[in-house]
Design a binder for this molecule. Sequence first.
Ligand code: B12
Ligand code: SF4
Length: 444
Amino acid sequence: MNILLVAPGTDNLQRKVRVVPFPQASLPLLAALTPSHHEVKIIDERLENIDFDGKWDLVGITVMTATAYRAYYIADEFRKRGTKVALGGIHPTALPDEAIQHADSVVIGEAEGLWEELLGDLEEGKLKKFYRHDCPPPLAGLPCSRLDLLDKRYLLRHVFQTTRGCPHNCGFCSVSTFMGRRYRHRPVEEVIEEIGHYPNARIIGFLDDNIVGNPRYSRELFQALIPFRKKWISQGTLKLAENEELLKLAAESGCIALFVGFESVNEDNLKKMHKNFNQVDKYKKLIDRFHEYGIMVIGSFVFGFDEDDYSIFDRTLNFLESANLDFAQFSILTPLPGTEVFKQFTAEERIFSYDWRKYDFAHVVYHPLRMTPQELQDGYNYISRQFYSLPRIGKRTIRNWRYAHYFLPASIYYHWVSRHPKSLPEEAASAPLSLKDKKQSPVV
Ligand code: B12
Ligand code: SF4
């Protein structure tokens, strides 16, 4: 069969970009799971147009909430032409009954074992509507991801995964609900074998949620990485900086930057979101420790928690300056389907937009408690503009001059994005209650 795997863009604007930071790791993995008698092509819609009239026996689309609208459009177009479509990924896993309205099959959860079954069923003409596991599949014995099928225009194309699942259950995050509340690891030797296939990749990415969740595993992995002399980036928690031996090993194995979910500088928010393993008073000291080992810290901050008022933006900006954070990703709190926040806001009738295109972490889709939706939107635009102003980028680039060839293009991209402020979704205007009125409501 001829199989097309698609990573959809986030909107209907068909504007293509020249370079994209990361590929969607699910697609080269699906390609690797596909038996070799099939032909597979991968398209990232951010880089390339889709030929809807191509001769495909099956189109597989990976779907996040923010890309769901576009994914459904693509699926509908193919199905109009008689092509079979399968949807998978975190959004169809959260809302399979919605997804099946646009597909012949929906794969719920992780694809290993299910994708192969789906392809066999399609060949025999007995495709099922839903494919799902009883429990998450083991990560031992995964095939090497087909990174060779990816477009070359990614800032970081060589991406690997060592763990899935997370024992924490932060209220705004989908990971533990969908990947399970237990870390599952790929055997270190399999990860290393896969990396070994790309001797020319100087910098690699581990797309884990927490590469240091299990220190014993991380130690083994970092030791095995040292001989490769690669540079790598990943996600982790501040706990790494509290374990000096592991931090040193991470640096020796080539870690140059870690993406860390600080989420908030307001400890009350962290408590309410069950993320109190983050302690605000330790942030600066731990960031300094990463810097001592030459590791840049990319901080993720979310705005709009119930304890946030408008002062949160300046408080966060002051913190970022004083702590010398290297890079930051700002998000507006987004009630992702399947999360605790989604359940809470739905019960409290605070969500005013279910337009998945707005669930991109840059638009307000609910009533915050201590701000108006407009204030939250404005504050998000304000902090993005301030942090990615040219003088501040210049200062940070000088500090991180060694990695300026990665750092500067990413900063300029964020600068450009921050100069195009996001507007509040139109639905906010016709939302049934204003925040002020809602405060009188017994549910809030
Ligand atoms: C790495 C990562 C990123 C990277 C790279 C993103 C990328 N392009 O892949 C960066 C940092 C850029 C990023 C950005 C964002 N991310 Co992100 N990211 C992740 C992370 C940590 C890992 C994803 C990954 O590569 N996994 C490895 C692959 C192999 O697993 P997988 O994608 O789940 O695929 C498996 C199954 O889902 C299934 N499957 C997936 N697709 C398909 C398709 C078919 C046809 C089939 C059959 C099966 C199938 O099979 C695969 C193998 O088992 C996840 C968290 C997580 N653990 O999932 C969050 C996550 C996916 N991100 C999330 C979000 C919200 C974002 C942002 C919107 C955040 C923001 N503030 O902007 C942006 C969106 C950017 C974009 N348009 O891609 C959310 C999505 C939630 C949701 N409901 O949509 C997640 C789940 C994290 C969370 N906190 O909840 N992200
Ligand atoms: S935010 Fe991080 S620590 Fe919290 S549940 Fe998600 S992956 Fe786990």
